[in-house]
Design a protein around this ligand. Structure first.
Ligand code: AMP
Length: 405
């Protein structure tokens, strides 16, 4: 199927061709015709499936014939990075229209955003907290609003934005089109959908919480105290290209990036305590490939959409199996292949078993010579994958751990 067959206008067809998109992804094929009809919609799609274009192209098509520079489409997103990224998509896909767009998020000055809102733009991409700030100051006029998008709704609720989102919803015209996208449809997301949507269609791409097919999952068994050294060794031994390393805490991200640097591996940390200008610079350097290794927390990494991330490393195993799916979804985007490598210490076996169960695979376990974990077994007995797709290979598991300094 081609983009033209979806009924998109020439200005948008030109823009997607210039982006290098040859054909619509499955979620785009399903969503775009329904959204163009003006239907309300719930889209559940894993990350990296092309969902931004799936909602942005219909919005642009709806607004393009009549650019008015008054707020007609609002896109709510959980993080600043995602806001910036969705804005960039709006500008890229809309480059042959005369529509205007702006992003509104915290951590940067109010004034430029205030001016943009006062001047008027067709499309606003916003995080809920900062948008409320502007609403309270009287900067936002919703009287012409036609479309609302709730993007990454599950994340927005996880981050505690439910009350803010509900306050915003109360101010919006009842007559509108609403599109909700979420990686998972939890009871909370479902409840939000029931208040926000009206007679909606559902589009589901891929099995719920399934990681993309192009991802190879590998576990490196190691003792907790040796994770840093093991990671340094892995990164030195075979530079994988763009690598995103996840830690559970901001402090952990800083400490690890500092340690890698000391070992001669250029790494940068990205998390919510850094100034916005610093986050933008760090992310831009990573996006352009100037810096290859980024150490990030889950929230900071939420909006990262960098094509060509070759490897995701779980330095800590996430406490929630679905977070694993989100993390590894940063690689193998848009049909590419990627490696998801988890450093697994014995205290994390049960968490890993949950992840393997959710994904329905038992991942191969490897050991780095010199970093053998002190405790066996490497293969947890608790994991019973629903669909075992590959056999387990255990290499070189011998001896007790040698502690290195
Ligand atoms: P998203 O799921 O919206 O974050 O998009 C994931 C990545 O896929 C982004 O880098 C997009 O630029 C890219 N993308 C979106 N649609 C297509 C398409 N039809 N063909 C190729 N790449 C695409």
């Amino acid at each position: 199927m081609s983009f033209a067959a979806l009924g998109l206008v020439p200005e948008l067809l030109r823009a997607v061709a210039e982006e290098g998109y040859e054909r619509p992804t499955p979620i785009q094929q399903e969503t775009i015709p329904l959204a163009l009809e003006g239907r309300d919609l719930i889209g559940s799609a894993q990350t990296g499936t092309g969902k931004t274009a799936a909602f942005m192209l219909p919005i642009l098509q709806r607004l393009a014939p009549d650019p008015r520079h008054t707020l007609r489409a609002l896109i709510l997103v959980p993080t600043r990075e995602l806001a910036e990224q969705v804005l960039q998509s709006a500008l890229a896909y809309g480059r042959h229209t005369r529509l205007s767009a702006a992003a509104v998020y915290g951590g940067v000055g109010l004034e430029p955003q205030t001016q943009a809102l006062r001047r008027g733009v067709d499309i606003v991409v916003a995080t809920p907290g900062r948008l409320l700030d502007h609403m309270e100051r009287g900067h936002v006029d919703y009287s012409r609003l036609e479309v609302l998008v709730l993007d990454e709704a599950d994340r927005m609720l996880d981050m505690g934005f439910a009350p803010d989102v509900r306050r915003i919803l109360r101010e919006l015209p009842v007559e509108r089109q609403t599109l909700l996208f979420s990686a998972t449809i939890s009871p909370e997301v479902d409840a939000l959908a029931r208040t926000a949507l009206n007679g909606h269609a559902s589009v589901e791409i891929g099995r719920r919480a399934q990681a993309a097919d192009g991802i190879e999952h590998v576990i490196v068994a190691v003792d907790k105290l040796q994770k840093r050294d093991a990671l340094a060794k892995i990164l030195q031994a075979k530079p994988a290209g763009q690598t995103l390393v996840f830690t559970r805490t901001k402090y952990g991200a800083d400490k690890l990036a500092g340690y890698l640097k000391k070992e001669g591996i250029p790494a940068h940390a990205l998390h919510g305590d850094k100034a916005q200008s610093h986050r933008t610079r760090t992310l831009e350097a990573f996006r352009r490939g100037v810096s290859e290794i980024l150490v990030a927390t889950d929230i900071a990494a939420r909006g990262i959409d960098v094509d060509g991330i070759r490897m995701v490393v779980n330095f800590d195993v996430p406490a929630d199996a679905e977070i694993y799916v989100h993390r590894v979804g940063r690689t193998a985007r848009a049909g590419a292949r990627g490696l998801a490598l988890t450093l697994l210490s014995p205290d994390e076996w049960l968490l890993m078993a949950d992840i393997e169960k959710l994904i329905g695979q038992t991942f191969p376990r490897e050991v780095i010579p010199g970093f053998e974990p002190s405790v066996a077994p490497l293969q947890p007995r608790t994991a019973e994958p629903a669909v075992p797709r590959r056999s387990v290979t255990v290499r070189g598991r011998t001896g007790a751990a040698r502690r290195r300094r």
